[in-house]
Design a protein around this ligand. Structure first.
Ligand code: GLN
Length: 484
């Protein structure tokens, strides 16, 4: 038999239910993989002992027939989700000793369904970044790296790398402007950002509250459906959580896509688009067409404003959310003469460069005199971007685009680090989805000539993850991507 860690969740569950393998055996295989692969810097906290206690409980449940939907499945958790009694850092020095006394709703949902946790995964500090290089714990190494160490993408770089390197069966991620989809694309795995409101934000450390959504990063489309079934649902503890019923997402896997209208947005063929990415985009279009989908050309005319709009709104909300880290109520404190100095010293030492940049931008765009010129304008453009999607979805059922305009780049790449705008430009295909609150999946389409994974993105209508799963599964079958 192939290695146990090669199995997808659906394959593992089939074997667990038939008692061909045991949860303890499966968990041990992942623990071994996890400890062998520290070189990727994906896990920053490992909870192997706790995982084995949970696996033993799962063992009993399989024996007495009380097994739950994800019984004995070993997961990694992005270190932005509060986990009871397990250190949760957001990969920031300012809270690197924070041990929550409560569990986030999403992780609690997974635990209630029998999943177990191997530990906490690296991310960009407070999820701000697109390469995992802003983490206080250092960058994650993309498992697909050849001679040069490459970035895993960000901010959920630890999650994507851990799934790619088979250090866990699947992982949780969060996506504010692309943080589930872009690292999934860079690491050759599949991730979905659900509709805003699908998953509760309770217990997830906030970056930009009107954009943040949790979602799974998995080995394939079917596993994403299984994970999202468990993660999603209304939660009274999050006022923006939706009461829309959660269907069984696995029921859409394998469904016919004949006559499905797939929109191709003209504006995404921008100058910066890598030629290989563009060729794979055509290939993905052909795959869906061969399955009976109808291709329609659509327009998203405000696309060019998406990045500036996002980089006004996200920092504005971040500056407000991060005001709570003042050295008084949370995390680390650096004393000073008087309260002002205590704030200054704590925040100077506690936050990294990128987080400080966002706080400064956010405070600026919210300040009197600039609020109208920047923040208010950005909110108006956000509406226009949403209107573009509404208009497009009157002509199509799902939209197909690349996930990232480029392939994974080297850790420490000067072009990206010296000018943050270059890093922000990589988010061009993902941020508008968050601004409009829509669901979108990234899945691997093939390898570049450098042997690196490239991803495609499927964007759905609000609360229509179902169509994404239908089309995503067909695309996955046609792409035939070979996992690591
Ligand atoms: N790369 C984007 C940013 O830096 C998105 C981050 C995210 O989705 N958390 O803001």
């Amino acid at each position: 038999m192939s290695n146990l860690t090669d199995l997808t969740i659906s394959e593992s569950l089939a074997k667990l239910r038939k008692k061909e393998i045991s949860p303890v055996e499966l968990t041990n295989a992942y623990i071994e993989r996890m400890s062998e692969n520290n070189k990727y810097n994906a896990f920053i906290t490992q909870t192997a002992e706790q995982a084995l206690v949970q696996a033993k409980e799962s063992e009993k449940r399989y024996a007495d027939g009380t097994n739950r939907p994800l019984e004995g499945i070993a997961l990694g958790i992005k270190d932005l989700f509060c986990t009871k009694n397990v250190r949760t850092t957001a990969c920031s020095h300012i809270i690197d000793n924070f041990v929550p006394q409560y569990e986030s709703t999403v992780t609690q949902n997974l635990l209630n369904d029998g999943a177990l946790f191997l530990g906490k995964l690296n991310l960009d500090e407070f999820a701000m970044g697109g390469s995992n290089e802003t983490s206080y714990f250092g960058p994650v190494v993309n498992p697909w790296s050849k001679e040069t160490k490459l970035v895993a993408g960000g901010s959920s770089g630890g999650s994507a790398a851990a799934v790619a390197a088979k250090m866990c069966a699947a992982a949780t991620g969060t996506d504010t402007g692309g943080s589930i989809r872009q690292p999934s694309a860079f690491c050759g795995v599949t991730g979905i950002k659900p509709t805003y409101g699908r998953c509760s934000r309770y217990g997830i450390i906030a970056f930009a509250s009107s954009l943040d959504q949790a979602g799974p990063i998995c080995k394939d489309v079917t596993d994403c459906a299984l994970m999202l079934n468990s993660m999603a649902g209304y939660d009274a503890k999050d006022s923006t959580s939706s009461k829309v019923a959660v269907p069984d997402f696995t029921s859409f896997i394998g469904q016919d896509i004949k006559g499905l209208k797939v929109g191709i947005p003209e504006e995404y063929r921008s100058d910066g688009l890598n030629a290989e990415v563009s060729a794979y985009w055509d290939k993905a279009t052909e795959i869906l067409k061969a399955q009976g989908a109808e291709i329609v050309h659509i327009n998203l005319p405000h696309t060019k404003y998406a990045l500036p709009t996002y980089y006004v709104i996200a920092p504005a909300e971040a500056s407000s959310n991060l005001a709570r880290y003042d050295g008084v109520r949370y995390g680390n404190r650096v004393n000073g003469n008087g309260l002002d100095e205590l704030y200054i010293n704590t925040r100077t030492e506690g936050f990294g460069k990128e987080v400080k940049r966002r706080i400064l931008i956010g405070t600026y765009v919210l300040s009197a005199g600039y609020y109208d010129a920047y923040y208010l304008k950005a909110q108006k453009v956000r509406r226009l971007i949403k209107n573009d999607f509404d208009e497009a979805f009157s002509k199509c059922d799902v939209i197909l685009t690349p996930t990232s305009p480029i392939e994974p780049f080297a850790i420490g790449d000067k072009k990206m680090l010296e000018n943050p705008i270059n890093m922000y430009l990589n988010d061009v295909f993902t941020v508008s989805v968050n601004l409009a609150g829509l669901p979108a999946m990234s899945l691997p389409i093939g390898l570049s000539k450098n042997g690196l994974p490239l991803g495609m993105q499927l964007i759905g209508k609000s609360f229509d993850e179902a169509t994404i799963f239908k089309a995503g599964y067909k695309l996955e079958c046609g792409a035939n991507f070979v996992r690591m």
